[in-house]
Structure formats: C-alpha cells, structure tokens
Design a protein around this ligand. Structure first.
Ligand code: NI
Length: 178
C-alpha cells in the first residue's frame, strides 16, 4: 500500500478527460487499494484517479461519514470502487455543500441531481449497478465529473467561479515560491 500525491487546482491534469479502463488486473486493484488509503488518510469521502495523476475512469468513495447534526437521509453505507462508471439515469434536484481534496480549504453549494443510477464494474470486473440518493448521489456525480475533467468549481456561477479560481491560483503561486 502506498499514499499517492493528490493533485490540486490549478494542476492542468485535473481538467483533462480520462479514458476507459480496458483491463481489470492486479495492477489496477493495487491502484484501487492505494486510492482508498490515500482518500482515508486525507479524510475525504471520494477520490477519482485523475486526482492522483492517473487519467483512467476509476473512482473510489465511502460516504458513510457525516456531520453529527446532519438530518438528511442516510445513503447505503459502503465503500465503493467503480471502474468505468457512467450515470445512466438522473432525477430531481438537490443542493449540497461540496468540497474536494483537490481544492483544499474551499467549499460551496452545488446543484446536483437528487437521485442517480450508475453502472460500471467492480474491482473484479463484475457489473455494478448503484441506485443512489442524498450524499451518495452527490459523491457519485462529483467523482464522475472528475473523469470528464470537471471540478465542482466549474459548476458554480460564472462570476463566482472566476473569483474563486483567481484567488486559488494566486494562493497556489504564492505557495510555489521559495
Ligand atoms: Ni473532488
């Protein structure tokens, strides 16, 4: 097992689309294990392969944790690794306060579908079918967005997006200076 480096905005790799996984083998399962370890170490609820510099369609998530005072309905509590995930159905609307391990220190409200159906493959290459709502639905949409090169900041209003991105670019530049 190994901790992987998580890329942060404005790393250009976060804006690139990922390609389908062709072979589900031990090397891929190792990557899945490393991604879980990296996600838990960073206290995240989801991680997509492009966030660790691998431009493949692969996500891991564990949406079991939640805030103490959060009264919204519980999603099925279970860690998932999903290979080649696609959203095959969407329904309704929900607004959720989102954050991202690639955008440390910033959260904001994002509009998402309230329910989604996702298909993909599990770590053994077997078909996976997930019907999700609430936090799990939000997690799935957020992580699958990463596979298209989209981060949650891209879902904010144009004005807010340009303000926030400008600020984060400036912060990243300052941190890169010796
Ligand atoms: Ni993210």
């Amino acid at each position: 097992m190994a901790l992987l480096e998580i890329l942060t905005f404005p790393d250009p790799r976060l804006a690139q689309p990922a390609t389908n996984v062709e072979v589900v083998d031990d090397a891929l399962r190792q990557l899945i294990d490393d991604m879980f370890e990296t996600m838990y170490a960073a206290e995240g609820v989801g991680l997509a392969a492009p966030q660790v510099g691998v431009l493949k369609r692969l996500i891991v998530l564990d949406c079991g944790e939640r805030e103490k005072d959060d009264q919204r309905p519980l999603p099925p509590v279970q860690p998932y690794a999903i290979i080649n995930p696609t959203i095959v159905a969407k329904e309704g609307e929900i607004v959720w306060e989102e954050g991202c391990l690639s955008v440390p220190g910033y959260t904001d409200e994002v509009n998402r579908a309230a329910k989604v159906t996702v298909k993909g493959l599990d770590r053994n290459g077997q078909p996976l079918h997930i019907e999700a709502e609430g936090l799990l639905a939000v997690c799935l949409q957020h992580e699958i967005d990463h596979l298209e090169g989209t981060i949650f900041l891209d879902r904010l209003s144009r004005l807010k997006q340009s303000m926030v991105k400008k600020k984060l670019r400036k912060k990243a530049e300052e941190e890169a200076r010796p």
